[in-house]
Write a protein that binds this ligand. Structure first.
Ligand code: ADP
Length: 406
């Protein structure tokens, strides 16, 4: 079965074409600067060869058309006809309370997707544009939506309600939703497979540390709590987002700096976090370089980032009544030995016996605690696209069975 996975952002479209039976990727790439000057597409062929195409990509539909054209092109294509595509899996950021798992897109579900636009005004419109473009271009091919929020729909109510009037939850659905669900789900399952553990008996904390970062408490195979909330700004300190912040600070900044809602929104989302603290960059690699040279605010940024993760690990361990496995993933979690060490140091009292040597790993699955560590800490590279492809395959197979049995 061949599955095309599409991840439409506001100005970019990422894609991967999977051959599920061979467990391989036939083609992948991304369109950048959709609707802007200088738009282009980068393609990585199965051989690993990289190709760049420049073109006027005015909107998402043209972008998707471009991708399909390249996939079947004689020179750079991976398949000979679009008929070979069995299904398309779409990343969809916010599924609200309605979508608790991945779904096939039909007329009813499209309506619910439209209703959710307001919950993620930066992401959902682009995701929806990708779906509509695909429906037009490949009308006979099943389209599946896989949500960042769905995995966290198992959180108990005490984890997701805010301390605001309950009526605001009822009226506007203001509650904690959580994000990065496909990644948390993938890495906790992978960790259990590797460690030969039954997830339904384990208490696991997954740390997705990338530019956007979140942490999840997974109790007996279900998300019990997670650090991102109504929006992705809550929780950990991120590349450019504040993470947890006294709300009083926001209203105070608005007053003192005489700025409005939109500007303060940009400030807490785009100019805060590691970028704001260090004044260097939002990129941990660059910050680590400066920290090595002794730049104080770079050192402070790394310390603050790690300290916040450590605090959440403590909080989630208390919340679940223990922790058996801690998983690191995301660009920082997979690659930065320094950050992982800062998070895990002085945690022996907690059952984490860290192994510095094993921790010198980059982008590879590896246990980084000693053999006799009570809590196991493991690095697991994430693969959100694969989760989308796998969910798509499962749903399409179920559907075809239903059709056959009719
Ligand atoms: P996102 O998908 O949220 O944009 P990623 O998961 O790609 O982000 O993670 C990006 C982050 O990972 C950046 O801060 C980057 O500096 C960090 N990173 C990537 N490689 C390394 C490395 N070798 N050492 C330290 N940090 C790294």
């Amino acid at each position: 079965m061949k599955i095309l996975v599409l991840n439409c952002g506001s100005s970019s479209i990422k894609f991967e074409l999977f051959e599920m039976n061979m467990k391989g990727i036939l083609s992948k790439g991304r369109v950048e600067k959709v609707g802007m000057k200088g738009s282009f597409m980068r393609l990585q062929k199965k051989s690993g060869e990289l190709v760049k195409f420049e073109g006027e990509i005015l909107d998402h539909k043209i972008g998707v058309e471009y991708i399909l054209g390249v996939i079947i092109s004689e020179k750079h294509g991976a398949i000979s006809s679009l008929n070979e595509i069995d299904a398309v899996g779409h990343r969809y950021v916010h599924g609200g309370e309605y979508f608790k798992e991945s779904v096939i897109i039909d007329n009813k579900n499209i309506k619910y997707l439209e209703n959710n636009i307001e919950l993620a005004p930066l992401h959902n419109p682009a995701n929806l544009k990708g779906i509509i473009a695909m429906q037009t271009l490949l009308p006979k091919v099943p389209q599946i939506a896989v949500f960042d929020t769905a995995f966290h729909q198992t959180m108990p109510i005490k984890s997701y309600i805010y301390g605001i009037p309950y009526s605001l939850y009822k009226k506007h659905k203001i509650r904690r939703y959580g994000f990065h669900g496909t990644s948390h789900r993938y890495v906790y399952q992978k960790a259990c497979e590797r460690l030969k553990q039954n997830p339904e008996e384990k208490k696991i904390i997954t740390c997705h540390l990338g530019n956007g970062a979140s942490i999840a408490a997974i109790k007996y195979g279900k998300s019990y709590d997670t650090s991102m909330g109504f929006t992705p700004v809550e929780g950990l300190i991120m590349g450019t987002r504040t993470g947890d912040l006294d709300i009083g600070v926001v209203t105070y900044i608005m007053k003192k700096e005489e700025i409005g809602r939109a500007t303060v929104g940009t400030l807490i989302n785009k100019f805060s976090g590691l970028l704001g603290i260090t004044g260097v960059s939002s990129d941990v690699r660059e910050i680590e370089e400066k920290a090595k040279k002794g730049k104080k605010r770079a050192i402070l940024g790394l310390d603050m980032f790690a300290y916040r993760v450590k605090k959440y690990i403590g909080a989630y361990t208390a919340a679940m009544g223990g922790v058996d496995i801690v998983v690191f993933t995301g660009g920082i979690g997979e690659n930065s030995s320094l950050i992982r060490k800062k998070i895990c140091e002085e945690m022996e009292f907690f059952g984490i016996k860290f192994d510095d040597k094993k921790n010198e790993v980059r982008g590879k699955e590896q246990i980084i605690t000693a053999e006799d560590s009570k809590t196991i800490v493991i690095v697991v590279p994430t693969n959100e696209e694969l989760v989308i492809a796998q969910d798509t395959e499962i749903i399409v197979k179920k559907l075809s069975k239903l059709v056959k049995n009719k």
